[in-house]
Design a protein around this ligand. Structure first.
Ligand SMILES: Cc1cc2nc3c(=O)[nH]c(=O)nc-3n(C[C@H](O)[C@H](O)[C@H](O)COP(=O)(O)OP(=O)(O)OC[C@H]3O[C@@H](n4cnc5c(N)ncnc54)[C@H](O)[C@@H]3O)c2cc1C
Length: 503
């Protein structure tokens, strides 16, 4: 009989238990053993409350029922992010998980909207997006619940309590045979022949051997960096926010079905509604603001009563140079960190796990799989990086040194090309899109006031009277869909009811 392949995961935060849950669900049990080592003494980062719609697919894949998840993690629904004060002080727009309108006679909606807006006025583009209007109205329903095609024009994600997700996944993973060991990894023992990791030594004297190691030790990178020196590419010069202060406050009803990101003088503040509390945090650039000022801005901009002491956090935005080095991949914060503006930290964990499963080495020479994996992960990180930089760079704000810096800094060529193409004629670059697709780029470009120089020729043949009637019909369709949708709190309560009935 072929020996089992031994996978050792180090760490017990969100990334770690997501890896354990996915591997135990997707790999054949008889072929693999999965051990997870975590240190209660060190603890987890414990922030990370806003997610992307992809998390739903992850939960589905590992057999988690939505209502159970929502109850266990005190989750609420997220239809997008409201950005306040980004284009300029006083501006606001919503980046929805969904589209704006639909193509008109084969012409992209935003090009038709531009023609209509320039010639006859059409209102903000968000008026033609169902998820934007759902956010504004505080409504929520599962896409497609009512029989109108417009209700398929959006997706949704969750806001959840990060401290409750890992224990929830732990139960799920242990049921599938994952073995958890408590301990602190003190020494990483290399294989003298090839430099791969042979085993890890814990502070209690236990030694764990493995064929493959997954480093989920957070910013420490105990295996990938401290032992294997995989290197870190620092993006501080493009994304200068390097600190955060997080603090929860009392929950507020009605619960908004969206995250809010409010720009301040040297960073921005998140507001993430959960069932039992509001998550708040101020992400700021320590080169432009000190901690006392950051904390007082945060306190001054929280609506409810604080229910814990503010907690400071430090980070460096960037990515691991080699995500996979020797026989070890880094997952979660150990692989890099993209600041939380678009809730993109948990997503690379999903990508890492799925790609790793697809590329599981079949021979002892894993160099091809490793190269492919490193290329995929590097691109994904870079695409998201560019999208984040866009938010800071496309602004008219001139009210602080921070905004003057980010507005005028040199940006990566890959982003400059996208902005140039869009500025010329409203075309969103489609090649190499990565995680964020056309509606997301449009939401930020238009929301932050970047209007293309030329009208697009594709929209020229459209008849204005015909456009006006199509826009009116779309607005009416959205209004009718909204009218038949429940409020967010009502829909959440219905979902939670289904769990209490099945217990
Ligand atoms: C300010 C901020 C805001 C964020 N907001 C969001 C958000 O809104 N959305 C989002 O998707 N993500 C967000 N994130 C990211 C999110 O918090 C992380 O991606 C997520 O928590 C995963 O963390 P992790 O499991 O990689 O690391 P951690 O939570 O740091 O866990 C590391 C684990 O490794 C263990 N460990 C460390 N060293 C050792 C050792 N020597 N031996 C044994 N075990 C060890 C620890 O005990 C712990 O269990 C945010 C992060 C920050 C900093």
């Amino acid at each position: 009989m072929k020996a089992k392949r031994r996978i050792v995961i180090v760490g017990g935060g969100t990334a770690d238990w997501m890896a354990a849950a996915a591997l135990s669900a997707m790999l054949p049990r008889q072929g693999f053993s999965i051990n997870l080592v975590e240190s209660e003494q060190i603890g987890i980062i414990g922030v990370g409350e806003a997610t992307l719609p992809h998390l739903r697919h992850f939960n589905d894949t590992i057999g988690i029922q939505e209502a159970e998840f929502v109850r266990a993690t005190s989750a609420t629904m997220k239809l997008g992010i409201e950005f306040v004060n980004w284009g300029d002080i006083g501006d606001r727009y919503i980046h929805p998980f969904g589209t704006f309108g639909h193509a008109i006679q084969g012409v992209k909606f935003h090009q038709a909207w531009r023609k209509m807006n320039a010639d006859a006025g059409a209102g903000e583009i968000g008026k033609y997006s169902l998820p934007v209007r759902m956010c504004q109205a505080g409504k929520f329903d599962i896409p497609g619940s009512i029989y109108r095609s417009i209700t398929l024009s959006y997706g949704y994600a969750y806001h959840f309590d990060a401290n409750r997700y890992a224990p929830f996944l732990r139960q799920n993973s242990e049921r599938r045979g994952v073995v958890r060991t408590e301990g602190n990894v003190n020494v990483v023992i290399p294989n003298p022949e090839n430099g791969e990791i042979h085993s890890i030594l814990l502070d209690n004297g236990a030694q764990l051997e493995g064929d493959f190691f997954i480093d989920c030790t957070g910013f420490r990178g105990v295996l990938i960096e401290q032992a294997l020196e995989a290197g870190y590419e620092d993006w501080f010069h493009w994304l200068p926010c390097d600190r955060a202060i997080a603090v929860p406050s009392a929950a507020s009803i009605p619960t908004p079905p969206y995250t809010r990101a409010t720009a301040h003088a040297a960073g921005w503040q998140w507001r993430i509604p959960l069932q039992h509390r509001m998550g708040n945090g101020h992400v700021y650039a320590s080169g432009f603001m000190d901690e006392d000022e950051a904390e007082s801005i945060l306190r001054a901009n929280i609506e409810g009563e604080l229910i814990a002491e503010p907690r400071p956090l430090r980070f460096t935005t960037g990515r691991r140079k080699q995500f996979w080095a020797k026989n070890c991949i880094s997952v979660g914060l150990a692989s890099g960190f993209l600041e939380p503006l678009e809730s993109t930290s948990i997503h690379p964990t999903q990508l890492a796990i799925t790609n790793f499963i697809e590329l599981l080495p079949v021979t002892s020479d894993m160099s091809r799989e490793r190269d492919e994996y490193n290329t995929i992960m590097a691109r994904e990180f870079e695409w998201v990086r560019d999208f984040l930089i866009l938010h800071y760079h496309v602004t008219r704000r001139q009210d602080s040194e921070f905004w003057n810096y980010v507005r005028t800094m040199e940006i990566p060529a890959s982003l400059q090309e996208k902005i140039d193409l869009y500025s010329a004629r409203g075309r969103v670059a489609r090649y190499q899109q990565g995680l964020f697709l056309e509606p997301s780029w449009l939401a930020v470009y238009l929301g932050q006031g970047l209007v293309p120089g030329q009208p697009d020729p594709s929209a020229a043949p459209l008849d204005l009277a015909d456009l006006a009637s199509q826009f009116k019909a779309l607005d009416q369709d959205i209004t009718a869909a909204l009218a038949s949708m429940p409020g967010h709190d009502h829909r959440l309560a219905e979902m939670l009811e289904t769990v209490s009935h099945t217990q």
